[in-house]
Design a binder for this molecule. Structure first.
Ligand code: G4P
Length: 536
């Protein structure tokens, strides 16, 4: 069903899709994600000066501070997309919440990207949150480019950082640049593909694009002396140990191109953009639930990967973020929600990044559309135009690690409580687990990160006038129960219980590994199996 007749041909759609690069930055807090986002935007000339969009130090936030809670803490919980042109390419940078507390949103964003940039702090290497996010990338076969940041500050040895990638996560590093000078004395990089030195020049406060100079090997050797020789030697060493660049290895997510840089000085950022344009996968046909690829030039289709409520405090609106998978999206189209078969009007499509919104008129595969007033849409829903209907696989639920019993603080608000909980569950704000033993009035909230509890409690109070009491449960180990007949065994084992998710999956929760081991010793046939790391 379409209202606006489209003048875009199939060839246009395929061409537009080929220009798109849709990616997210995965990193541990403080590695420099906001700084890198600014630097990328600066190179694409979205902003005139870096710092204008950065959230810290009293600067204006690019990342939304839509909730009071976020504002108070100076963190971001929302995810959206920043779109900009770079040369002939259109870059879609999807934001992942940067706080140490994980939420499922962070993971879900990765279902909507074609590649990821893994940002490492040169002094710290792989950190816990980076590892968790990388696990999801690995699980989804998402190609990863590694950017080793903060090379302007004393940090670890370049070879050691590359070794860490191979040893800890089994990802073969393929450095495309190699730093000239130890970390802390960053002047430039060896471009391994041309053999030249790229020398960077600092600008005041790193606020404008750092000029780069390309220098031939001979002059580089004369001017940089021992540092140049060492860079060449180390780069050779990397090549000899399997680090020779191979684009197929990158696209099949077996190896990662590595760049060295300093986002705060804009060093290496242009190279990263060029690499994304040159190498990162472009949108490809997405498989539907029956595993049939949906051609890029098929009629419009998209899937919702995030639903956000209350982004604009003045209007309690609800925005659904959808990634376009095929066809052309034109604002005003009436599309079908595959889950319900009902029409959905897209009059208010927007591009949303942080607090900035602009009306979106047209979008192609790889783009993200923000659909305002999307009360009928849920995470995982497919939208499509015309017939036959298409449905993309739902988004995975992630293994929760935190559990709390939720109760309405006032009994008289029980009805609102039930309604609110159903709403939050539907939006994917929190997983809701239930059991006959606990009853309907005391569901168990399950979260990937504890901040999800706060968001849920805040919203129940603010939107449903229903303050809640949360009682944290001591479970840390989760297994899937594969035989419902064993429910009683787990429930009677002590320090464990079984709870059901609304999709029918039964989760066996244990306080710790010891409790699990004891249960397994007691009942050797206990039908439990691990949830796959990060996703299931
Ligand atoms: P995040 O979004 O990943 O949490 O990190 P963010 O960009 O906020 O950066 C964290 C800190 O690291 C910031 O310093 C930022 O300036 C610094 N930083 C980022 N990239 C580089 C780099 O290439 N070199 C150096 N030396 N520092 C870098 P801050 O003191 O916490 O904040 P601010 O006052 O500088 O904004």
């Amino acid at each position: 069903m379409t209202t606006g007749a489209t003048s875009t041909s199939n060839a246009d759609v395929v061409r537009e899709a080929a220009r798109r690069r849709t990616f997210a930055v995965i990193s541990h807090p403080d590695a420099g994600k906001s700084t890198l986002t600014e630097a990328l935007a600066l190179h694409a000339q979205v902003i005139a000066e870096a710092g204008a969009v950065h959230g810290k130090s009293g600067r204006r936030g690019v990342v939304s501070d839509w909730m009071d809670m976020e504002r108070a803490r100076g963190i971001s919980i929302t995810s959206a997309a920043l779109q900009f042109s770079y040369g002939d390419a259109v870059i879609n940078l999807l934001d992942t919440p940067g706080h140490a507390d994980f939420s499922e949103d962070t993971y879900r964003v990765l279902s909507a990207v074609d590649s990821a940039v893994m940002l490492l702090d040169a002094a710290k290497g792989l950190e816990p949150q980076t590892l968790k996010l990388f696990d999801v990338c690995r699980h989804r076969n998402i190609p990863v480019i590694t950017f080793i940041n903060k090379w302007d500050r004393p940090g670890r040895d370049a070879l050691e950082l590359c070794d860490e990638l191979l040893e800890r996560i089994g990802l073969q590093p393929m450095p495309l640049t190699w730093p000239v000078g130890d970390s802390g004395h960053f002047r430039g990089v060896l471009d391994r593909r041309t053999g030249e030195l790229i020398r960077y020049h600092r600008t005041a406060g790193g606020a404008t694009i750092a000029p780069e100079e390309r220098i031939g090997a001979e002059r580089a050797a004369a001017e940089e002396d021992a540092d140049w020789l060492r860079a060449c030697e180390e780069a050779e060493l990397m090549a000899a140990s399997g680090g020779e660049f191979d684009p197929d290895q990158f696209l099949t997510a077996k190896a990662t191109p590595v760049l060295f840089g300093a986002a705060v000085l804009n060093f290496g950022v242009r190279h990263l953009l060029d690499l994304l344009v040159e190498l990162a996968p472009r949108p490809a046909a997405r498989h539907d639930v029956d595993e049939r690829p949906r051609a890029l030039d098929a009629p419009f289709s998209a899937f919702v990967f995030k639903v956000q409520t209350g982004m604009d405090p003045a209007h309690r609106d609800r925005v659904a973020f959808a990634r376009v998978c095929s066809g052309v999206f034109e604002r005003g189209m009436v599309v079908t929600n595959a889950a319900t078969g009902r029409p959905f009007a897209t009059k208010y499509a927007q591009q949303v990044f942080g607090q900035q919104r602009s009306t979106l008129d047209v979008a192609f595969p790889g783009d993200v559309i923000g659909l305002v007033n999307a009360t009928a849409l849920r995470v995982g829903d497919t939208l499509h135009d015309g017939k036959p209907a298409v449905r993309f696989p739902g988004l995975p639920s992630f293994a929760p690690a935190h559990f709390a019993v939720a109760r309405a603080a006032e009994l008289s608000r029980s009805k609102q409580f039930r309604k609110g909980v159903a709403q939050l569950e539907q939006e994917g704000v929190i997983q809701v687990l239930r059991s006959d033993r606990r009853g309907d009035g005391a569901p168990v909230f399950a979260a990937v990160g504890p901040m999800q509890f706060e968001v849920a409690a805040h919203r129940l109070e603010a939107e449903f006038s229903c303050p809640v009491r949360l009682e944290h449960l001591p479970y840390t180990v989760v297994r899937r129960l594969t035989d419902p007949m064993h429910r009683n065994l787990v429930n009677s084992a002590g320090r464990s219980e079984v709870l059901s998710r609304s999709d029918g999956v039964e989760l066996a929760l244990f306080t710790d590994r010891v409790a699990l081991n004891v249960a397994q010793r007691q009942y050797p046939d206990l039908a439990v199996e691990p949830l796959i790391a990060g996703t299931e």
